[in-house]
Design a binder for this molecule. Structure first.
Ligand code: ADP
Length: 358
């Protein structure tokens, strides 16, 4: 396994948006659990198959991989796929993130130092400022940067040729990416939430890596309550493993897994306190909505990005909320899940046959 070369502050995870980046160290256990080859990647089969084709073509032609954009909620494998591609090709990997590249001078060293065929991974690429984005267009198209020297009448542009390399972008918000930037990626891969079976396999494999034993039904229970997200499945597994060591003989059985999750206040659906607080705020304060993410964020005192990137995608997928042109709205399932009385359907006076509330 090759170590990725991570530029920027050593030991700081470049995958975190600025603000959450400071002080957050790369966790060696997380790195140990990360698949290193395509064969080790679980699920996302169609994505993996298309990457296999790209890898094979790149090997046969002796050319760099095409530029690839991964999008999807956090923790679904965007960084993992970039790491796997670098291992499969045996090329250098440099990692940075949109918020770390605030001006052209920040991105320049990554471009000029890139060796033939290497990979530059830019996490949270939707946060690149427009000027930096435009600066990398010619890089992505023709492997050159255009540097403007002087000002006004005396200004002239110098074209600096670069080595041919690959940019892999990752984003939790593909909608925020500008059209021209999106178009410069040759492959767009959307990562979906994982099903329980795949998460259960990930948990079982990782329990071996963590030298712990887990029964089949306990692995299934953890998988079922990990909101379709491998990163969360790993975090739950690590907590349950600590709990099993502290409270019993270290074996993760179904009762141990259930007790450990109850202690973490993870409910039957895998929702944690923050997910439930979101639904409670939407229902109790905003009478079920519709309301905007900013209003929820201000009321909950939680960053709007945290709500839109980390909390809402799974609530949407579980149909606990819906998005309408006027904002988020709680569904009947959300009321049921929280054990709250369902609202009376409002009657549309113009058309009494139609209920306004779904
Ligand atoms: P993202 O970059 O999308 O936020 P990561 O790639 O960092 O997510 O994934 C988080 C963790 O989840 C990884 O460290 C890895 O252990 C696990 N993981 C992600 N995708 C897979 C997968 N397809 N198979 C097995 N484990 C995975």
């Amino acid at each position: 396994m090759r170590e990725p070369i991570i530029k920027g502050e050593p030991g700081v995870d470049p995958g975190e948006p600025r603000g959450r980046q400071e002080g957050r160290k790369i966790d060696p256990v997380d790195e140990k659990l990360r698949p290193q080859s395509l064969a080790e990647v679980i699920g996302q089969r169609s994505v993996a198959e298309r990457l296999e084709i790209a890898l094979s073509a790149s090997r046969k032609r002796g050319e760099p991989l095409p530029h690839i954009l991964f999008d999807g909620p956090p923790g679904l494998g965007k960084t993992t796929f970039a790491t796997v591609l670098h291992n499969e090709l045996g090329v250098e990997l440099n990692m940075t993130s949109g918020p770390a590249l605030s001006k052209n001078a920040d991105v320049m060293p990554y471009l000029t130092n890139a060796v033939e065929g290497s990979i530059l991974f830019i996490d949270e690429i939707h946060r690149l400022p427009a000027t930096v984005e435009e600066f990398i267009y010619p890089v992505m198209e023709d492997f050159r940067v255009d540097i403007v020297l002087g000002e006004g009448m005396n200004a002239r542009t110098i074209n600096l040729p670069l080595k041919r390399f690959t940019i892999i972008g990752a984003t939790t918000r593909s909608g925020m990416l500008s059209g021209p930037l999106r178009d410069r990626f040759h492959m767009h891969e959307h990562l979906e939430f994982y099903d329980v079976e795949d998460l259960s396999r990930i948990i079982t494999i990782n329990s071996v890596k963590l030298r712990t034993t887990i029964t089949e039904d306990a692995a299934w229970e953890l998988a079922r309550r990990s909101r379709g997200t491998p990163r969360l499945a790993n975090a739950r597994l690590r907590w349950v493993r600590d709990f099993a060591t502290a409270r019993s003989d270290g074996q993760i059985t179904l009762p141990v897994a259930r007790d450990a999750l109850a202690m973490q206040e993870v409910d039957e659906e895998g929702m944690d306190k923050q997910d439930r607080r979101y639904l409670e705020t939407l229902i109790k304060v905003f009478r079920g909505g519709p309301t905007g993410a900013e209003a929820l964020s201000a009321t909950m005192n939680v960053a709007v990005d945290t709500l839109t990137d980390e909390v809402e995608p799974y609530l949407l997928r579980r149909h606990f909320i819906v998005r309408t042109p006027r904002g988020r709205r709680a569904t009947v399932e959300a009321y049921r899940h929280l054990g709250m009385p369902e609202p009376m359907p409002e009657i549309n006076l113009l058309d009494p046959q139609r209920r306004l509330f779904e």
